[in-house]
Design a protein. Structure first.
Length: 368
């Protein structure tokens, strides 16, 4: 599964607990087994991108910081700065043993939320893969702020998968996948092998299961939503054993989230964003119209939240707060607040100029 033939471009995310021991040292033997798998897959024609955690945990030991480097934002940033060098050196050395060049890319949330930066990252990833290098990705924790950051590499891996136009994403975890309940406290918990559609029941399972890593299962479900909306399948598998990719290929043990349709690159970028300039709340009639493929009109809007300008990305939610869609808004928030609930024929008299008929046109929107 997710082998070279059916998955020409693969993103593999490695969590801190797998890569770095409790003492803050790299688990080199385990990492060597994974690198050997990467080399074998690349020799068979597969392009692999590695999203590697571990810099903060590693840097905390190097700097002698307590709490794994996470007692404060300052500690986390300093730990990341020191740990990233050691982490990259280890990856580069192990890959070089197989004649493979590593290429480091450190990104922030803003780099992938801003359209131009996102396209630059996509172009860099594509060029590196065509040059037979293995991109090594991590969040740039040394400059990220508490408010503007991914905070976990699960969602980062999904966004990188989008940018790289990957055919699959694997999240190596300290559990075998998504269970129906927390396997640590429920003996009858069952592994969910395949998720065809991410619904409320699946989200509820994630909230009641493992709390691993910095994001837990909740962040992995969010990563799955980002990936599958872009047409990319995602698997959560155990990385507790050596050569975890080969073990998964042989056993199939894990949870696969099936891709939920094809989207354009631009739609995938909008759908996968983790931030928006504001929110537009719509009534039930507008929800139905949007899901039928129509544009968002002022008549269906009940509330405007946040301050935004024309051309900004906004979330469209129902009256219960459920995310319905995301798109480029045609009016600033002040104007939307004035025309909400009105028919399109009334807009010119309200605003004083010839209006655009839609608040968010269907060609600039993705439903979720």
């Amino acid at each position: 599964m997710f082998g070279p033939r059916e998955c020409p471009r693969l993103v593999v995310k490695i969590g801190s607990s797998l890569l770095v021991s409790d003492e803050g040292r790299i688990r080199r033997d385990w990492l060597s087994s994974l690198v050997s798998e990467v080399a074998e897959r690349q020799a068979n024609g597969q392009k692999i991108i590695l999203v590697s955690s571990g810099a903060i945990a590693l840097g905390a030991r190097l700097l002698g910081l307590e709490g794994g480097g996470r007692k404060s934002l300052d500690d986390a940033q300093a730990s990341a700065a020191a740990g990233q060098i050691a982490l990259s050196q280890c990856w580069a050395e192990l890959l070089d043993n197989h004649g493979i060049k590593a290429a480091q890319m450190l990104v922030t949330l803003g780099d992938l939320e801003e359209r131009r930066s996102y396209l630059n990252a996509a172009a860099t990833l594509d060029r590196l893969l065509r040059l037979e290098a293995v991109p090594l990705i991590n969040e740039n924790d040394s400059v990220a702020t508490q408010e503007i950051r991914f905070g976990d590499n699960d969602r980062l891996a999904a966004r990188i998968g989008q940018a790289a136009r990957a055919d699959g994403i694997i999240l190596l975890s300290d559990v075998a996948g998504l269970f129906s309940a927390d396997p640590k406290s429920h003996e009858d918990a069952e592994l969910i092998n395949t998720v065809e559609h991410l619904d409320d029941e699946i989200v509820a399972m994630a909230q009641g299961t493992s709390g691993m890593g910095s994001g837990g299962m909740k962040s992995k479900i969010e990563a799955a939503r980002i990936a599958t909306t872009a047409g990319i399948p995602l698997a959560i598998i155990s990385g507790q054993h050596q050569a975890p990719l080969s073990r998964y290929a042989e056993s199939g043990t894990g949870t696969v989230f099936a891709a939920e349709g094809e989207t354009s690159a631009r739609e995938a970028w909008m759908a996968g964003r983790l931030t928006a300039a504001g929110r537009i709340v719509v009534d039930s009639g507008a929800v139905t119209a949007l899901r039928d493929g129509n544009s968002l009109l002022p008549a269906g809007v009940t509330t405007v939240e946040g301050s935004f300008d024309r051309g900004d990305i906004v979330d469209i939610v129902d009256e219960s707060g459920n995310l319905i869609g995301r798109g480029l808004v045609e009016y600033a928030s002040a104007a939307v607040d004035r025309i909400k609930g009105h028919k399109s024929t009334d807009l010119e008299s309200i605003l004083g100029y010839a209006p655009r008929p839609a608040l968010v046109h269907r060609n600039h929107m993705v439903t979720l």
